[in-house]
Design a binder for this molecule. Structure first.
Ligand code: NAD
Length: 370
């Protein structure tokens, strides 16, 4: 833990974070007792696209976290980030000497932002170093790896969160509220579509199964699964899934397009669609007494939605990753609920596994979430 947040820096960050708007009342925990607490130091592990363009900028807007260390295999990146974010050489690690982070008191949280197949190794090493862990989605590439991360964090007595940023995002919170309060009655049918059109670099790790664990389903598919589950408000009990490819010459090693029908105990069904070769970003729920939708539903924002009673679902935009990291910090600092526990990442990996099984075995698979 490093700097104290005083009221002046808090207000300054608040105003900057809102793009100059003074909307203190719309910002969650604006009156938090954590105002007087210290900021948690965060180490980013892996300085790729997400760390560079989303997480590091978000850490300039967080109220309860700050970037204090980096872990990278590329000396040029270390040099650049050191200058840009004023990170001393003593707080820069590579993948080999990473475990020495255990001796660094300026790091409280290690945020793993590496290719999926490296999540488990670095999350477990971070836990063994006595640091709290945020692990990017998908949490790992197998159920067993997710369980190993959870066990390592429990053994070390550190907190664990998955990088599911939407659980701190207001439009998504509103969907969860509509569902919990049955504002439109029980959901009957949900459609959750999360996909993007891949262009350019076909050598990237996302198309290499050893590094990604799978294709679109592991990448965007987990968003569709998440959307389906919070729109229904239940966990699924069975799935029937199908795989398609419109460009088999390109998608040789990983799945391009998957659809899956999730069945829920209350009788609802959700169709999920995910792809690396199509554009889709929507969550729609038809319920007993009406419907609601987010369109767009999973991007970095702003999201937007509407309901059958003519209402718009629309909130001021704030950087989702800043909200996410601050929520996790408040879980550590104040014992607030963990919105994105490791068990959620494990649950989703069990659903991913069942979907792949259904495709392989060409049959309906019962989902046992234990
Ligand atoms: P990226 O390819 O841009 O960056 C990956 C980083 O890992 C690079 O810095 C690379 O140098 C490093 N790396 C270390 N060993 C590597 C290896 N053997 N092969 C390839 N790269 C290696 O990827 P990204 O888009 O930053 O994604 C990183 C993680 O973040 C993934 O798990 C991804 O699913 C997740 N992600 C999450 C979100 C979100 O919205 N929550 C968005 C984007 C990415």
């Amino acid at each position: 833990m490093k700097d104290k947040i005083n009221r002046r820096t808090f207000n300054s960050n608040l105003i900057k974070g809102l793009g100059g708007l003074t909307l203190a009342a719309s910002v969650p925990y604006a009156c938090s007792s954590a105002i007087n607490q210290k900021k948690l130091g965060v180490a980013l592990v892996g300085l790729g696209t997400y760390s560079t363009h989303l997480l590091a900028p978000a850490l300039q807007q967080t109220k309860h976290c700050q970037l204090t260390a980096i872990v990278t295999g590329t000396p040029e990146k270390a040099e650049k980030w050191s200058k840009q974010y004023e990170i001393p050489k003593s707080d820069i690690y590579n993948y080999e000497n990473f475990d020495e982070i255990a001796n660094n008191p300026s790091v409280d949280v290690v945020y793993v932002v590496l290719p999926n197949a490296m999540h488990a190794d670095f999350s477990i090493r971070a836990a063994k170093a006595g640091k709290h862990v945020i692990c990017e989605k998908p949490m790992a590439v197998s159920v067993e790896e997710c369980e190993a991360i959870i066990a390592a964090c429990e053994t070390a007595g550190v907190k664990l969160g998955v990088g599911y940023r939407l659980h701190s995002e207001p439009h998504t919170q509103e969907i969860k509220r509509l569902v919990a309060n049955e504002v439109f009655g029980k959901p009957h049918f949900v459609s959750a579509e999360a996909a993007y059109l891949s262009v350019g670099n076909w050598d990237q790790w996302r198309f290499n199964k050893d590094l990604s664990g799978g294709g679109a389903l592991m990448n965007m598919g987990v968003y569709a699964i998440q959307g389906a589950l919070y729109a229904v408000g239940e966990n699924p009990i069975a799935v029937t899934a199908q795989e398609f490819s419109t460009a088999p010459d390109k998608f040789k090693d990983t799945d391009e397009t998957i659809t899956a029908q999730l069945e829920f105990p209350g009788g609802a069904v959700a169709n999920i669609f995910t792809s690396h070769n199509a554009r889709a970003d929507r969550l729609y729920a038809s319920c007993e007494k009406g419907w609601f939708e987010l369109d767009v539903a999973y991007t970095y924002g702003p999201l937007h939605g509407r309901t059958s009673n003519g209402n718009e679902i629309s909130y001021p935009h704030f950087i989702q990753q800043a909200l996410q990291m601050d929520d996790f910090a408040l879980h550590i600092l104040e014992g607030r609920p963990n919105k994105v526990p490791g068990e959620m990442g494990l649950r989703d990996m069990k659903i991913v596994k069942a979907i792949y099984q259904s495709i392989e075995q060409r049959k309906r698979i019962q989902i046992d979430l234990g």
